[in-house]
Write a protein that binds this ligand. Structure first.
Ligand code: MN
Length: 412
């Protein structure tokens, strides 16, 4: 496929991608947009031109603060919208060409939270990550807890503090128990970390009391984003027993603004790791359920423009796939809603440069992570910016996620 729009070489937003997001521009209300190259297509303006004519979509679906109403139209309509746009953008005689109020430069728009997140669940589905944490804090000879290979472990996170790329965060404060002290102190966290994860957005409601099979699970996924699950390791360490993560996690999670549809990711499906021992029937699945998505994390120290890549990982390493996560999440009758966010858990690989958190890269703060320009880090420092990026590439077809970028500011 070729588009008549000029797109940079190696753009994440190729004609094969067409991700959805919410943008605004001076003098223009928040609305649904689609990214192509360095351009944003205004879907409200498209709808007013009757581009999506047979779909009968109300303008209010596109002139909207969130994608939820659009996603609720269902895949039969949202996929059709993508197909129609793909056709217009590859058709040299498209009427898009004569309407210069349809397409904006990405540099003149502001991106916003793409969805109104109802509920947020974070999994713990990378075996390498769970093993690294288990080795550090429990037993290197037996790092995984007994349940880990039998179910995708997860916890219910906080939806209100999920923020979009570009929003700065402040260093959280809380209870910390220093190793040499009997009692906790109140302090700014000294161990701020990122977690390289991918999030997915639920695309349709399921019924309370019913469960979703691994076979149907992907019908419930609208699309994916990059996900930085900010973590305060010292707060987490003191608070997490016995009910799991709480304030060490809930201060912020950052996501990339463009939602890449699960349909655009289809060409990049691959086999996942072998699961042993055999899983229970409701977690069994047929076909390819993992995705080959190259991921990276970079850090830019506060007083520097220099960015150093400190982690290169891949979403295909995940032990538990999204279909298994959804099947497990709903097996007790828990319902899912459009706009719910599921995150993968930190995505680490086998090699030391593929670890998806500073806790692992610095091995509990014991080892310096060397950055370009003479800098080093064990955890994130004030004014550092963390970038996460991701893309799929196969036979010259590139489908990417852009980036999620967040700066850590001092405590208030
Ligand atoms: Mn996490």
């Amino acid at each position: 496929m070729n588009t008549w729009i000029e797109v940079p070489n190696n753009t994440d937003f190729s004609i094969y991608n067409l991700p959805f997001g919410i943008f605004s521009k001076k003098g223009v209300s928040k609305r649904v947009g689609v990214a192509i190259g360095n351009k944003v297509i205004d879907l409200l303006a498209c709808n007013k031109l009757n581009i999506f004519t047979d779909l009968n979509i109300d303008n209010s679906v596109f002139e909207n603060r969130f994608l939820n109403d659009f996603i609720n139209l269902g895949k039969h309509k949202t996929n059709k919208v993508r197909e129609i746009l793909q056709k217009q953008l590859t058709d040299e005689t498209s009427k898009f060409k004569v309407h210069n109020d349809l397409i904006f430069s990405m540099f003149e728009v502001e991106m916003h939270m793409p969805v109104n997140v109802g509920d947020y669940t974070d999994f713990y589905s990378s075996m390498e990550h769970a093993s690294n944490i288990g080795s550090m804090f429990r037993d290197p000879d037996n790092p995984l807890l007994p349940n880990w290979r039998h179910l995708p472990v997860g916890y219910h996170g906080r939806a209100s503090s999920i923020i979009v790329s570009g929003v700065d965060i402040n260093r959280p404060k809380g209870q910390i128990k220093p190793v040499d002290s009997e009692n906790p102190i109140f302090s700014s966290s000294k161990r701020i970390d990122f977690e390289l994860e991918m999030g997915y957005i639920i695309g349709k409601n399921s019924k309370l009391g019913s469960s979703i099979s691994t076979k149907d699970a992907e019908d419930y996924i609208f699309g994916k984003v990059l996900f930085n699950d900010w973590s305060a390791r010292d707060i987490q360490k003191w608070e997490y027993v016995p009910l799991g993560p709480f304030l060490g996690k809930s201060f912020a999670s950052s996501i990339s603004p463009w939602v890449v549809t699960i349909e655009a990711l289809k060409p990049f499906k691959v086999q996942g790791p072998v699961q042993y021992p055999e899983v229970l029937d409701y977690l069994k699945f047929d076909g390819l359920k993992n995705y080959d998505i190259n991921l990276s994390v970079s850090i830019s120290p506060g007083d520097s423009e220099i960015e150093t890549v400190i982690c290169k990982s891949n979403f295909k390493y995940m032990y538990w796939n999204m279909s298994q996560q959804i099947a497990h999440h709903t097996v007790n009758g828990c319902n899912l809603n459009t706009g719910d966010m599921m995150a993968s858990g930190t995505i680490s690989g086998k090699s030391k440069d593929s670890y998806g958190s500073m806790l692992e890269l610095s091995w509990g703060g014991k080892k310096d992570i060397i950055l370009d320009g003479g800098y080093s880090r064990t955890f994130v420092e004030d004014f550092d910016t963390i970038f996460m990026r991701g893309y799929c590439l196969k036979n010259d077809i590139r489908v990417g996620f852009g980036e999620v970028k967040t700066k850590l500011l001092p405590s208030i």
